[in-house]
Design a protein around this ligand. Structure first.
Ligand SMILES: Nc1ncnc2c1ncn2[C@@H]1O[C@H](COP(=O)(O)OP(=O)(O)OP(=O)(O)O)[C@@H](O)[C@H]1O
Length: 327
């Protein structure tokens, strides 16, 4: 389990991580989602002990990453945004070097390295110099190094960046397989990727955690996120009179159409699917319902709303900070 408590990172005056708090439970795939510059890499670098925090704590399986780095780091495999590959080594040599750094017992090197090379489909290039590999293969070498020794927690910073679509599918498949036995944390600025692969999404914006939940729950997150559009053969007042019989409705906006038809956008109270009720109420009132469709806010809309909202908020906060600094 990972606990991140009150984490703050400042680069000079720039607040890159702004009091982050979260817990990561065993055996799931977590996604850090956020626009460029949100603080994903900084958070991962601190969690893996590559970077010190200005304030706060990271506890990995009971060990503080700063106070007991050796203990904490042995449970983590990390693929940084730019993997530190030794390009003059062959793939096999580099993984041998990584096995030594990870203190994998020498007798297990051969089998461990072969296992990760098979998993990341590197067997064919094992004797090639890393500098001669394509970007996709280099990424796989970084991934193989992260997975080597099969640590409890595997942290991957933008694991599919720069890969072609086929490689992306393969890496996602690999991540799903890893998650059968490991906790995987990955970062991405691509919503579709996080939604497809992760069990749990943490949306980061301007160094703050602005939402964290399962993809399904995030889609239910916002108040009034569900709306229903209808058209019926009735005037606006008749339509309102019928809709008044449904207590789950929060608001109604009507618009007259041609031929005695009125359209309405109905906002429901949170998490309620009232389409069936609408249908039956109009049927009871003997009023023909011509269209009935539900509009749920997509995860894209939620992501944009959360990250843009935060960006505005932070701009104001930053101005406050600057002013305070000037005093
Ligand atoms: N070494 C550094 N010195 C100064 N500022 C930095 C440094 N590293 C990151 N930053 C700033 O901190 C903020 C967070 O950066 P970070 O790289 O963690 O974001 P990110 O979410 O990983 O974005 P990306 O996907 O673009 O890598 C950004 O505003 C960035 O410019």
């Amino acid at each position: 389990m990972i606990e991140v408590k009150n984490l703050v990172k400042k680069y000079g005056n720039h607040l890159a991580i702004d009091h982050l708090d979260f817990k990561i439970e065993q055996g799931k795939i977590y996604g850090f989602l956020g626009p460029n510059g949100a603080g994903k890499s900084t958070t991962m670098n601190i969690m893996t002990g590559y970077l010190g925090a200005t304030q706060g704590e990271v506890i990995i399986n009971g060990h503080d990453i700063l106070k007991e780095p050796e203990e904490a780091k042995k449970d983590i495999g990390y693929l940084p945004e730019i993997p530190p590959l030794y390009t003059e080594m062959t793939v096999r040599e580099y993984l041998g070097f990584a096995a030594e750094l990870k203190r994998i017992p020498k007798g297990e090197w051969e089998s461990s390295i072969e296992e990760v090379m098979k998993l990341t489909k590197l067997m064919d290039v094992r004797d090639r110099l890393i500098r001669n590999l394509s970007k996709g293969y280099k990424q796989r070498v970084g991934l193989a190094q992260a997975v080597l020794g099969f640590p409890d927690i595997i942290i991957l910073d933008e694991p599919t960046v720069g890969l072609d679509p086929k490689q992306i599918i393969e890496i996602r498949e690999l991540i799903r397989n890893l998650a059968k036995k490991h906790t995987v944390i990955l970062s991405s600025h691509i919503l579709a990727e996080v939604r497809e692969v992760c069990d749990y999404i943490m949306i980061i914006s301007k160094g703050k955690l602005v939402a964290s939940d399962t993809p399904e729950n995030l889609e239910h997150l916002m108040d009034g996120a569900e709306s229903v559009e209808i058209e019926a053969k009735a005037d606006a007042s008749k339509m309102r009179e019928i809709l008044d019989r449904i207590p789950e409705i929060a608001s109604v906006k009507t618009e007259a159409q041609e031929n005695g038809i009125t359209a309405a956008v109905i906002t429901t109270k949170q998490h309620q699917d009232i389409r069936e009720k609408i249908f039956l109420t109009f049927a009871e009132a003997k009023c023909p319902l011509l269209t009935l469709k539900s509009n749920r806010a997509s995860l894209e809309e939620i992501f944009l709303e959360l990250t843009q909202g935060e960006a505005v908020l932070n701009k104001d906060e930053k101005e406050d900070e600057t002013n305070a600094g000037d005093l």
